[in-house]
Design a protein around this ligand. Sequence first.
Ligand SMILES: Cc1cc2nc3c(=O)[nH]c(=O)nc-3n(C[C@H](O)[C@H](O)[C@H](O)COP(=O)(O)OP(=O)(O)OC[C@H]3O[C@@H](n4cnc5c(N)ncnc54)[C@H](O)[C@@H]3O)c2cc1C
Length: 467
Amino acid sequence: MPTRPAISLWMDQLAPQPPRPSLQGSLTVDVAIVGAGYTGLWTAYYLKRQAPALRVAIVEAEYAGFGASGRNGGWLMGNLLGDDRLLAGLPAEQRRAGFDLLHGIPDEVATVLQREGIDCDYRKGGVLYCAARYPEQEQRLRAWLDALHREGLSNADYRWLVPAELNAQLRVNNPLGAIYSPHCATLQPAKLVRGLAEAVERLGVPLFEQSRVNHWQPGLLRTDQGELRAEWVVPAVEGYAAELPLLRRYQLPVQSLLVATEPLSARQWQAIGLERGQAFSEFSRQVTYGQRSADDRLVFGARGGYRFGGRLRDDFDLNADEVGLRRYLFGELFPHLRNVAISHRWGGNLGMARRFQPHMLLDRAGRIALSGGYGGEGVGASNLGGRTLADLILGRQTALTAQPWVLGERPVTALKAWEPEPCRWLGYNAIIRSFAHEDHVLANPRSAPWRRALARRLADCMESLMR
Ligand SMILES: Cc1cc2nc3c(=O)[nH]c(=O)nc-3n(C[C@H](O)[C@H](O)[C@H](O)COP(=O)(O)OP(=O)(O)OC[C@H]3O[C@@H](n4cnc5c(N)ncnc54)[C@H](O)[C@@H]3O)c2cc1C
């Protein structure tokens, strides 16, 4: 049986599967989905559940889960990037309803997993955002918690843990405190994508692999060997939008990179905690994320870069610096793991929208239904996106379609576009560098107060450009 090269720890853990057939000849459907990641699969799933007679097909350039969906950190979050800004202008009751909808995402996913018999190591243990490496982390965390509470969220949603409370869940070196939220689960990403692919096939959706779309006009997609005619096209390509001319100005490909250790011993885990499958992050602007995998590895990631011209990265055999940064970051939290063996290193492309918040819309003239711009927080967002696109395509006005991240009927070109190069590359990298510089200065206890203040100020300014 032809096998596929492993692209992540998660894919490596799955039994090999033969490729699905590619698209051959001409096929007419109601909805054609480009990309078999979570967005495409969830959209197909909810469409077929609500309208079983609808003809839906998926075309995937490589194989299901090849993109970020088969590579991510496995945090299934009950939120959206920038949801606080998106909901801020609404009356209190509506805002609360919006947050409740988002907080319900992990439970909605759990319901589908149960219904479809998908085992993806789902554990809803919440998430811990910790301050440990330097005192400014605690200040920023406390300010964030205040802002969340001002928006009407309560301690039941986000609460402060003093070091002793944090220690009961996660034991890091030098704990200063943490925010805990129950609205997050962890899972094995590739098991989810494979289970979803099989579920949509059971619902009667053909999934064509090795079928890259190389021509797209309203209602028509072409691959090397076939064509798909459809009333609606759902370009569910997120971090690969740079390859589709219509979308490339709106979803920038940026990378995120991860490492996984060999399975750790019971004794090592006793020293760390995370007994309930909690997700954790050390709260720096490097955007770090970790989890304890079901087979007891520490999986730890941090933000990567952006390539000039939106060039996709396809080689994710991380170099020594990239591995070194991640090892350093988790080693600061868990000094006894500094020299632990790393078994896997990988990464992937994700899509960043210019407003640094997701969008969902229906472009009637272009016959497009689009959900994307999740910016590294798409495991949960794509479930919401799939449900929302199903409602939009079926013409249903629901609580989902009434949310501020849903732009309704708008052309894709109404989205804010990224600046042309070289501004885009210079701007994005200036922001990322200011974050790395801040972290470097603040993590050094010998940095003078004025240097600390300056580094922080610069990073604050840069972060404000992301609003
Ligand atoms: C390393 C990493 C870690 C992350 N960690 C987390 C996390 O812990 N929590 C979280 O919430 N989010 C995380 N994310 C983000 C999250 O994984 C993504 O937002 C989400 O998986 C996007 O799903 P998608 O289906 O929209 O896109 P993808 O999963 O990227 O799927 C897009 C698919 O489209 C296919 N495609 C592209 N172009 C074409 C074409 N021309 N024709 C046909 N097919 C095409 C690709 O092959 C791909 O399979 C992470 C992302 C990365 C890269």
